[in-house]
Design a protein around this ligand. Structure first.
Ligand code: MN
Ligand code: MN
Length: 471
């Protein structure tokens, strides 16, 4: 029981008035909110299972967007308030827009998240045979601890473009009864020399070879019988030859499905929550935006995990081009629109891990179940590569969240000298938006199986929703 004001001492009164009181978000939320959060995460898990790569995410998002009343963006069309449309960039990034009541020249509200996740990409000449076993060579994508990836069942996703220009889609290892693939590791009995390697080399990049077959083709005239047999299967299934793998994008990801974690089912465990947890939140929020005051946009982008270089990333020009095209129709200049715009850069943060407490500065790092994380600045060691939201913009977002009952916390990616990292926030800030980082705390970030809190995930969606709805 809390003391009422009459029984409080002066110190207690001052404490209540002057000091921040941290409290677990579950204890701050009512039962109804917890129930809603649980419900929200059911569909989130389904989304994770369908959208395991950036291409699959875009396909699923477009499918859902159409069902939610979004139509394909038409260049030069003058949209009226409440109209909803989407624009796809090369099948790997998507912008969803709901026109606002205010003129676009007054600025837009943007939520940005990424839909790529750390994984293993196949090399251009992936298939080989060694000691009568068939393998795919990989080049890992994004920042991974390589030792985490062997002995994990993997599925294969992507596209193969054939010599005639036609392409085939690949998705094996996800459906019931599908085969999976795996990287092997040496048994402990024989791991003496491996165990002496420094951790980053416990498994080396060139040891991340995926086992893809073992049965030889029955023909004594052939030298590489296992490889030929695998290629014969691929030819039968997809109509491809080995040379077609040169023009392919094949990605191996963990084959397991998203599920609840814990006796209390309070958490979600899955591959690829960085950053599909925020992508899903931003998607749901834009679906809810009905004739908002300001034109609202969700951009879900690619290759954040490799540093945002390329033509499908937020450091490229596709977003400003799109805004320019849209602004022009209303007689506005794109740069004027962006200068008056605000962005929530929605990406995950590192949750304090009690088992590995050393890298965290617990007063400023984010905690599981303490709500969505608003991070003023990112970057590493002296804010290198930072996006640093102004005090004014943090103040505006803080007041908005508090007014709307959002359960939120502040965050920082570990100790100052501990490392660090950035998000797409800096690229949007470079376009002259006001930007703040927003996201959810994650345990085991970038591992094959990442953990988030259902309440935090739900609050991320709620935070973006009130941002779009704000007048
Ligand atoms: Mn991320
Ligand atoms: Mn990441």
């Amino acid at each position: 029981m809390e003391n009422n004001d009459k029984e409080m001492t002066l110190g207690e009164k001052l404490e209540k008035k002057l000091l921040i009181k941290r409290k677990n978000g579950v204890l701050r939320a009512d039962e109804e909110t917890i129930d809603k959060a649980d419900g929200y995460n059911e569909d989130y898990k389904a989304f994770l299972n369908t959208a395991k790569t950036e291409r699959e995410a875009v396909e699923e998002i477009v499918k859902r967007a159409k069902a939610a009343g979004f139509s394909k963006f038409e260049y030069g069309k003058k949209y009226s308030a409440g109209e909803k449309f989407y624009f796809v960039n090369r099948g790997k990034a998507v912008i969803l827009t709901v026109m606002g009541k205010k003129d676009i020249s007054e600025g837009i509200r943007l939520a940005a998240a990424h839909i790529d996740s750390p994984r293993l990409d196949m090399k251009q000449n992936p298939l080989y045979e060694d000691k009568e076993l068939g393998y795919f060579k990989t080049h890992y994508y994004g920042g991974i601890k390589k030792y985490q990836w062997p002995t994990v069942p993997l599925s294969l996703h992507g596209v193969i473009v054939k010599a005639d220009g036609n392409s085939v889609r690949v998705r094996i290892g996800e459906d019931e009864g599908d085969p999976v693939f795996v990287i092997t590791d040496i048994l402990p009995h024989l791991a003496e020399s491996q165990m002496k390697r420094p951790a980053p080399q416990l498994i080396r990049g060139e040891e991340l070879n995926i086992l893809v077959g073992s049965r030889p083709f029955r023909d004594d005239k052939v030298s590489q019988k296992v490889k030929l047999n695998i290629m014969a299967i691929l030819n039968e299934k997809y109509g491809i030859v080995e040379a077609d793998l040169v023009s392919a994008e094949l990605e191996a990801v963990p084959a397991f499905k998203a599920c609840d974690v814990g006796f209390d089912r309070s958490m979600v465990g899955s591959y690829g929550q960085d950053d599909r947890v925020c992508a899903y939140a931003a998607l749901k929020a834009i679906f809810d935006a009905d004739a908002p005051e300001y034109t609202s946009m969700t951009v879900l982008t690619d290759k954040e995990e490799t540093g945002s270089d390329g033509n499908t990333v937020l450091n490229s020009s596709y977003l400003p081009y799109f805004i320019n095209d849209l602004a022009k129709v209303y007689g506005a200049e794109g740069y004027n629109v962006m200068s008056r715009s605000e962005c929530l850069s929605a990406d995950v943060n590192a949750a304090v891990d009690p088992t590995f407490i050393e890298p965290f500065e617990v007063r400023n790092c984010s905690h599981i179940n303490y709500g969505v994380v608003a991070t003023k600045f990112t970057g590493a060691r002296g804010k290198s590569g930072t996006s640093d939201a102004s005090a004014e913009f943090v103040g505006r977002i803080r007041n908005l969240f508090d007014k709307q009952g959002i359960i939120w916390q502040t965050g920082e990616l570990g100790k100052v000298d501990g490392g660090g990292g950035g998000t797409v926030a800096q690229f949007v800030a470079n376009l002259d938006f006001d930007v703040i980082d927003l996201g959810v705390p994650v345990l085991s970030m970038h591992a094959p199986f990442e953990v988030t809190s259902k309440l935090d995930n739900f609050m991320c969606y709620k935070a973006i929703k009130v941002f779009f709805e704000d007048k």
